[in-house]
Design a protein around this ligand. Structure first.
Ligand code: ADP
Length: 539
């Protein structure tokens, strides 16, 4: 140390003139200032861009540059102060830090080289920004399409309800007048013609019901009822409804209700009947010789739920394997050419499949051309409890395929006077004539307002109330009757809806405003008699 002090620092050396000194001092000073400021930038970046791989390099670089800055400061100081040891130590520190930086940096070069350069990053960034914009646009357009689809679904539901109403109203007229005509004295040929047109009208109505059913299932509006269900009754109904068709083809039709541990289950009898009518109807349609047989058995039960299996077997023409797989799709027929042997819309099996699945079951078909067809379906039904057996399925919707074209229910005579609230002249005539046949007097009101006026001044025993009418509709009129606010109007008079609206929820809507029962157009005479029987004395 003493040895070092004995020498004059070179700043005092006469060989170092002021210009040379200034050159060294100013350069070292500027380098030192730059070296001290660069780490500030590096540390700022390190803090803002936390990159686990590069972070140590940032700090090592900052330390290395800082150490370089210190060595330059030492360079200035040692011009006049002999701090050569301190200068040596700063150089050692700088050497250590720079070697450490180099050692750390070299293996990282591959990683650093893999990083995209700034122009590439800018490109990627721009592409990403464009993609985000385009995704946002397609999201917005998807939302818009979804809204349109929802809107279309609503429009379709409204259209269906409307069409159902608009078609049922004139159909009521057609079927009703044909019924009345068939009740009169007709020559055999006239009877044959009237029967033929009634069959056509009935099949038109059946097609309408099929289309409505498919639409209901599609829009999730098909709901199942839970009420006591007697399998024997359902099978007997199916046999009775199709006996005529089977007989006229000389085919034996057997629907025995055997082999079930229970006689009553809980479920939707109307829909079960619809499934069986479709399958047995098809079996008869495609069988020329032999028989059609329906069998049923209980497969299993868990808790209060039983799984039943029904089989509809025929000895008919059968279906070729290549045609079998698509038959449960809507509008599919084996022979859809104009010369095909049987009529049909191709909706029957599609409806069967939807209904069976809605009832928790499955449907399958076995068929061999020339050897007949067997359709087997399962479904889940409830086991009856005490409360189920007292419950009544009062408001079952019309069974779409169960239109009896040949059998007219026996005329039953009642006592009483009915107020028919109906705006369509044709329907007024049909309903009044049917009531007349049943021994009932009737009077017509063209709308709800007129109905209330008549009820206030005349005595009636029951009101048959249409839904949609001008001036005042049937729902409002019923609410007014039930309110008891109109003098002379009996607020407890039975009001039965007779509406062309057959969509889901219509029955509930009628009940909610205070109606007692619900009938749909076209008027089914058997159902009318059944409902009237609840409220009117028999003759
Ligand atoms: P459709 O109203 O035309 O009868 P379905 O969906 O009920 O419509 O039946 C579709 C097609 O399946 C029928 O057109 C017929 O070709 C065939 N099919 C259905 N059931 C039978 C059967 N039991 N025997 C032979 N073919 C059948």
């Amino acid at each position: 140390m003493n040895n070092v002090i004995e020498y004059l620092p070179h700043g005092f050396c006469i060989a170092w003139n002021p210009q040379l000194l200034a050159m060294h001092v100013i350069s070292d000073l500027l380098i030192a200032i730059a070296y001290f400021s660069i780490p500030i930038g590096i540390l700022y970046v390190a803090k803002r861009r936390p990159d686990t791989e590069l972070q140590p390099i940032y700090y090592l670089f900052a330390a290395f540059i800082l150490a370089c800055g210190v060595t330059h400061v030492m360079g200035i100081l040692t011009l006049w102060v002999p701090l050569y040891y301190t200068q040596g130590i700063t150089k050692v520190v700088t050497a250590v830090v720079s070697v450490a930086t180099a050692i750390y940096l070299l293996p990282k070069l591959k990683h650093i080289m893999a990083l995209p350069d700034l122009s590439k990053l800018t490109q990627i960034n721009t592409a990403l920004a464009e993609e985000i914009v385009s995704r946002r646009q397609s999201e917005a357009s998807l939302r818009h399409t979804q809204e349109l689809a929802l809107q279309a679904q609503k429009t379709q539901a409204a259209f269906l309800a409307n069409m159902s109403h608009e078609i049922r109203t004139p159909m009521n007229g057609v079927l009703g007048t044909l019924d009345l005509l068939l009740d009169t004295e007709l020559k055999p040929e006239q009877h044959q013609l009237a029967s033929a047109s009634k069959r056509s009208a009935a099949s038109l109505l059946s097609l309408l019901n099929d289309i409505l059913d498919i639409s209901k299932v599609e829009s999730g509006q098909m709901t199942l009822r839970r009420s006591p269900l007697e399998i024997a009754d359902v099978l007997a109904d199916v046999e009775a409804a199709l006996a005529f068709d089977a007989q006229s083809k000389n085919i034996e039709l057997r629907c025995p209700a055997e082999g079930l541990p229970e006689s009553v289950y809980v479920g939707d009898s109307v829909r079960l009947r619809q499934i069986l009518l479709n399958l047995v109807g098809n079996a008869i349609k495609f069988t020329d010789v032999g028989h059609v047989k329906v069998t049923c058995r209980e497969l299993s039960r868990t808790g209060q739920v039983a799984t039943l299996e029904f089989a509809v077997k025929d000895t008919g023409v059968g279906i070729a394997p290549e045609h079998q797989k698509n038959l449960f799709k809507r509008f599919t027929q084996v022979d859809s050419s104009s010369t095909r042997r049987a009529q049909g819309s191709g909706l029957g099996l599609a409806i069967v499949k939807e209904l069976v699945e809605l009832m928790g079951g499955q449907v399958r078909l076995h068929s061999e051309p020339g050897n007949g067809t067997e359709v087997v379906f399962s479904l889940k039904l409830g086991l009856p409890t005490l409360s189920d057996s007292t419950e009544r399925d009062q408001f079952a919707p019309p069974a779409p395929a169960a239109i009896q074209t040949e059998t007219i229910p026996p005329v039953q005579q009642f006592h009483g006077k009915i107020l028919v609230v109906e705006d369509a002249a044709m329907n007024q005539m049909v309903v009044c004539k049917v009531l007349e046949r049943l021994g009932l007097a009737s009077k017509v009101a063209n709308n709800g307002q007129e109905a209330i006026e008549l009820l206030a001044t005349e005595q009636f025993d029951l009101v048959l109330m249409d839904g949609q009418m001008p001036v005042m509709d049937g729902y409002e009129a019923t609410a007014v009757i039930r309110s008891g606010t109109v003098p002379g109007v009996n607020p407890d008079i039975p009001v039965v809806a007779l509406t062309a609206h057959a969509m889901v929820g219509e029955d509930q809507k009628c009940l909610n405003v205070g109606m007692n029962d619900y009938l749909t157009k076209p008027l089914d005479r058997a159902k009318l008699i059944e409902v009237l029987g609840k409220y009117l004395p028999k003759a």
